[in-house]
Design a binder for this molecule. Structure first.
Ligand SMILES: [Zn+2]
Length: 139
């Protein structure tokens, strides 16, 4: 997430800025726009499908963001400190898995199984919270 917020993920437009000769800078997943960090992680139709599932899981409406910075700063409408931290873990793990999925498609031509994506996000979020939390028992 830190790299994404600093625009340090090696998306095609960033590689192009560094002088790497590319055939195209269009999104390799949807070909609907140029591939920026914001496009790849937030607004690509493949990412947006996942974000919609995540926001629905949390009982929220549509995804109101078009860039990674606003998404990263979202507190999930949580009223408690713990709720905000958990929502942040969800956002970060989802962003990580979207980026991982993008790379699997680009480098191995493997597609993310969208129906199981939400479950994978839930498991990854739980694993990260358990490993980072100081509480002894987390359900
Ligand atoms: Zn795209």
């Amino acid at each position: 997430m830190w790299r994404a917020r600093k625009k340090r993920l090696p998306v095609l437009t960033e590689l192009d800025k560094r002088g790497i000769d590319l055939h195209s800078v269009r999104c390799p997943l949807c070909d609907g726009d140029i591939e920026t960090v914001d496009h790849s992680i937030v607004v690509c139709k493949h990412a947006l499908d996942i974000w919609c599932k995540v926001f629905s899981w949390w009982g929220r409406g549509g995804v109101p963001y078009v860039n990674i910075e606003d998404l990263a700063l979202d507190t999930g409408q949580a009223t408690s400190f713990v709720g905000k931290i958990i929502w942040q873990a969800v956002i970060w793990s989802c962003s990580y898995l979207i980026w991982k999925n993008r790379n699997q498609k680009v480098f191995s031509n493997k597609c993310w199984n969208a129906p199981t994506a939400l479950n994978e996000i839930q498991v990854k979020t739980f694993e990260w919270i358990v490993k980072r939390c100081k509480a002894k028992a987390i359900d």
